[in-house]
Design a protein around this ligand. Structure first.
Ligand code: GLU
Length: 369
């Protein structure tokens, strides 16, 4: 029996396929979800929804058939579809007496510590007002072409869960579980009830990233699972069409696959880990050793600086770590290879003594399973 007794905050991700019907938003499905979410809220849980479906609804409104792949059209469709989606959410939740709020996010919002903290405040306020926050990507302003999009909402939902310290992420999807092999190819494939570790076998069974045969986008789901687990958040992947699926999951029923969490890493470190780096530092072997021994990063070990960033930016170091840099890129250029005693001589008395302290250094391999 699964135990979610101590769960307080749950992120529920709803996929496009579940939400869509030939008539637009699948109102019948959404009505059931709304009732289910209300039950969770009555049990005292805080619920945040991450919804997909904006692009699909927009395409339908424009009478487009098939997949919309041109980026400008996807953005236009998202702008058209998002209000339609929210209209449906408002209508079904209104019938349950629940007010809703819309939060549209971009990676920049989550990467920038100030806007991320503001977002967290807004979410806390909405939750304290008993309003249901509904999150989607702001697709009309973020594009994968210029490298600033989440891409899909599995990842977005895991980042949201991680950043707001959710205890549980429920991925409501059109697959009933993670299988130990691709069930479409292997008749003996078995659903996995609990996953404690994302072993190479499990990752292989989910198919390669972006492959047409990945088990219904299972690979992106497992990437999301990694992010959430690292934040100490459990994940349940289950078919959204199961009756009262959310209520039954919370009650401990063995629906879908449960992914257990790993020990929580501190929020600030997590923020560093999942921020997109604004620059790149190359450091020598001595400095690599120092970082591994949890010592500070000093200019002496620095051999190159790439990118244009300010003080406080998240910067990648070799392919091993991310740090918050105490110096801007221009300042670091002047410090390459120098002994620490020369920092104040070059940058003035107030200059920090190190590039980054161990508390502001996160190893990228910490993200891996
Ligand atoms: N943000 C996209 C939308 O609302 C969904 C991306 C996805 O399918 O995960 O259409």
């Amino acid at each position: 029996m699964r135990d979610f007794t101590y769960c307080k905050r749950v992120v529920v991700k709803i996929g496009t396929n579940l939400l869509s019907s030939p008539e637009g938003v699948h109102v019948e499905f959404l009505t059931k979800v709304a009732r289910d979410i209300c039950v969770l809220r009555q049990k005292g849980l805080q619920v945040i929804v991450v919804t997909s479906g904006a692009v699909g609804m927009g395409a339908r409104e424009l009478g487009l058939n098939g997949k919309v792949s041109k980026i400008n059209m996807r953005q236009a469709c998202a702008a058209i579809g998002q209000p339609l989606l929210m209209q449906s959410y408002r209508s079904v939740f209104g019938k349950e007496g629940v007010k809703i709020a819309q939060l549209l996010l971009t990676p920049e919002v989550l990467n920038n510590r100030k806007s991320y903290l503001t977002l967290r405040d807004s979410l806390e306020t909405l939750l304290s007002l008993r309003v249901l926050p509904i999150v989607n990507e702001n697709d009309s302003v973020s594009t994968s072409e210029i490298g600033n999009a989440f891409g899909e909402n599995d990842r977005l939902s895991a980042l949201v869960a991680s950043k707001i310290d959710a205890d549980l992420l429920i991925l409501m999807t059109d697959i009933d579980a993670l299988y130990d092999a691709d069930p479409r190819i292997n008749r003996n494939a078995k659903p996995l009830e609990i996953v404690d570790e994302l072993t190479p076998e499990i990752l292989a069974a989910a198919g390669s990233a972006g492959s047409a045969h990945s088990t219904g986008g299972m690979r992106t789901k497992l990437d999301a699972v990694k992010i959430a687990r690292r934040a100490g958040c459990r994940v349940v992947l289950a078919h959204g069409n199961n009756e009262r699926v959310l209520e039954r999951i919370i009650a401990g029923e063995s629906l879908g696959t449960l992914f257990l969490a790993r020990p929580r890493i501190k929020n600030r470190k997590r923020w560093i880990l999942y921020s997109r780096p604004e620059g790149f530092l190359r450091i020598d072997e001595g400095a690599v050793r120092a970082l591994r021994e949890h010592r500070s990063l000093l200019p002496k070990g620095l051999s190159a600086v790439e990118g244009d960033f300010s003080t406080g930016a998240v910067v990648q170091v070799n392919d091993m770590a991310k740090i918050i840099s105490n110096f801007s890129s221009a300042e670091l250029q002047k410090l390459i290879g120098l002994h620490s005693s020369r920092i104040t001589e070059i940058l003035g008395k107030e200059a920090p003594a190190v590039i980054a302290r161990p508390e502001e250094t996160v190893f990228i391999d910490e993200r891996d399973e």
